[in-house]
Write a protein that binds this ligand. Structure first.
Ligand SMILES: [Zn+2]
Length: 218
């Protein structure tokens, strides 16, 4: 059964791209991109469960072939941010978030990466996820389903970068930056993301909202 889910990815990789395209470029552009990926049906009826990773790859290919490079990267990244928002709202237990927000960034990163690793099959499909919880954090996805089969001059897995960005900036350090430093589409051995934040403890405290801090004092 371990392989029953190989090659499937959570529906956010379709739904959030549709949402971002519609809001940023309009319904016609969203339709064009989904048609190019042969996924029109997914636009009219958003998927409610895991989808084949080939659909996610086809949609990313359509984005990067159908839009100018910068637009494709921007849409893909924003869809990743929105996926992060969804995970924070619906999937990551509130108590775990409460704890992570109060841990020193490196400890929070270690804990978050281990949770992400356990759920890697939901976003990496048949790709291989690995994480090094050093500083900066390095996350790699080999045989990456997002950019598989494409060739490009620059990294193209902005959807993952956006998801990591939102999770780390919310739970680890508000000034996190994520960069895809190697991408298989651009000749890399894997898609490798470098995640870092200023090594300054004060960064951590700022993202506890004032109301929460007040409640802790009473
Ligand atoms: Zn990549």
């Amino acid at each position: 059964m371990a392989h029953a889910n190989a090659g499937l990815i959570g529906p956010n990789a379709i739904i959030r791209v549709a949402e971002t395209l519609r809001e940023r470029l309009g319904d016609d552009a969203a339709h064009d991109i989904f048609a190019r990926a042969k996924l029109e049906a997914r636009l009219s009826v958003p998927p409610e469960s895991m989808v084949p990773e080939t659909e996610v790859g086809a949609l990313q290919t359509a984005l990067f072939e159908g839009l100018a490079g910068e637009d494709a990267k921007r849409i893909s990244f924003e869809a990743g941010l929105r996926t992060g928002d969804y995970l924070l709202a619906r999937r990551i237990p509130k108590f775990a978030q409460f704890v992570l927000k109060r841990l020193p960034p490196r400890m929070a990163a270690r804990t978050l990466l281990s949770a992400i690793g356990k759920h890697a099959w939901t976003f990496a499909g048949s790709g291989t996820f690995e994480a090094k919880a050093d500083y900066p954090v390095l996350v790699s996805i080999a045989n990456c389903p997002l950019c598989r089969g494409r060739h490009a001059d620059e990294p193209q897995c902005d959807f993952y970068a956006g998801t990591f960005q939102r999770l780390f900036e919310t739970l680890v350090s508000r000034n996190t930056t994520v960069r895809e430093i190697e991408c298989e589409a651009a000749g890399g051995s894997a898609c490798i993301f470098e995640i870092e934040w200023p090594k300054n403890a004060a960064q951590k405290a700022e993202h506890a909202p004032a109301a929460h801090r007040q409640r802790e004092l009473t």
